[in-house]
Design a protein around this ligand. Structure first.
Ligand code: COA
Length: 258
């Protein structure tokens, strides 16, 4: 595993580990990182030496989500953009997917978890989906999946207010499988991955596919529709104010927009 790469990957015991490794930017995902993740997920589905995929973050952080400066300098423009490729890949991967969430999960760092089969979180991990706070909208199929998982009102609180919430709350809401002590997080996720890797692989794929059968088609449609709205909202005055405020380290002021 190369330690200089932003996405580190390694196959060991039939487990493909994808580690997000840009700790100086809280593991924010830039275009190249999305593309690498998308390619790695697609390749894993065709690679007989991979039976389970484990996503984690380096440096005590899962990911702070989309790179904020990319929102300004290289926004997604269509379904071929790296972020959309990543969302299609993670929502369609046939092999089981486990996430180990350490520290921070923000934006797509949370919504990608909705596509995982098991999510383990360190007890001090925090979660936030600040799309609306940024003048944007839900993505990654979250407008479909969150209400399915927890009901409209709980999903609305998370998405419309965009507040930070704890690992325990994430677990109670059904988007984290188990909360572990921080220092046991990786070992717990790896133990589960190893257990899954020993299961009959074709039966695992079959069960995963059946679990998603009643919403697989709508999920792709939701990702496409949300993507179009997200790209439009990135050009809105509200998003411009929010992104400038982030860069200038100040609180945004939305009072002049109606
Ligand atoms: N995109 C680009 N850079 C990011 C980033 C992101 N999503 N998240 C953090 N960074 C950068 C910061 O700008 C800072 O860079 P600098 O040292 O060059 O100034 C560095 O990572 C450390 O972040 P900092 O804000 O100092 O850490 P913190 O612990 O105080 O706060 C966050 C961490 C994640 C809460 C805060 O950085 C944040 O809110 N980031 C934006 C998250 C976000 O809105 N993501 C997109 C959702 S759609």
């Amino acid at each position: 595993m190369s330690h200089t790469e932003y996405i580190q990957s390694e196959i060991c015991n039939c487990i493909l580990t994808l580690r997000i490794n840009r700790p100086e930017k809280k593991n924010a995902l830039n275009l190249a990182m999305y593309q690498r993740l998308a390619d790695a997920l697609r390749e894993a589905d065709c690679d007989d030496s991979v039976r389970v995929i484990l996503i984690s973050g380096a440096g005590g952080c899962f990911t702070s989500g989309n790179d904020m400066s990319d929102f300004l300098s290289a926004p997604p423009t269509g379904p071929e953009s790296p972020v959309m490729q990543f969302l299609f890949a993670i929502s369609e991967v046939r092999k089981p997917l486990i996430a180990a969430v350490d520290g921070l999960a923000v934006g797509v760092g949370v919504t990608m978890l909705l596509h995982c089969d098991m999510v383990y979180a360190g007890s001090s991990a925090t979660f936030q989906m600040p799309f609306v706070n940024l003048g944007l909208c839900p993505e990654a199929g979250s407008s479909l999946l969150l209400p399915r998982i927890m009901g409209h009102q709980r999903a609305a609180v998370l998405l419309l207010l965009g507040e930070v919430f704890s690992a325990e709350k994430a677990c109670n809401l059904g988007i984290v499988t188990e909360v572990c002590p921080d220092d046991a997080l990786l070992a717990t996720a790896e133990k589960r991955a190893l257990q899954l890797a020993k299961q009959p692989a074709a039966a695992v794929r079959s069960a995963k596919s059946l679990l998603k059968r009643d919403y697989a088609v709508q999920l792709r449609e939701a990702i496409v529709e949300e993507g179009a709205e997200f790209m439009a909202r990135l050009k809105s005055p509200e998003a411009a104010e929010a992104l400038q405020a982030f860069m200038q380290r100040r609180t945004p002021d939305f009072s002049r927009f109606s």
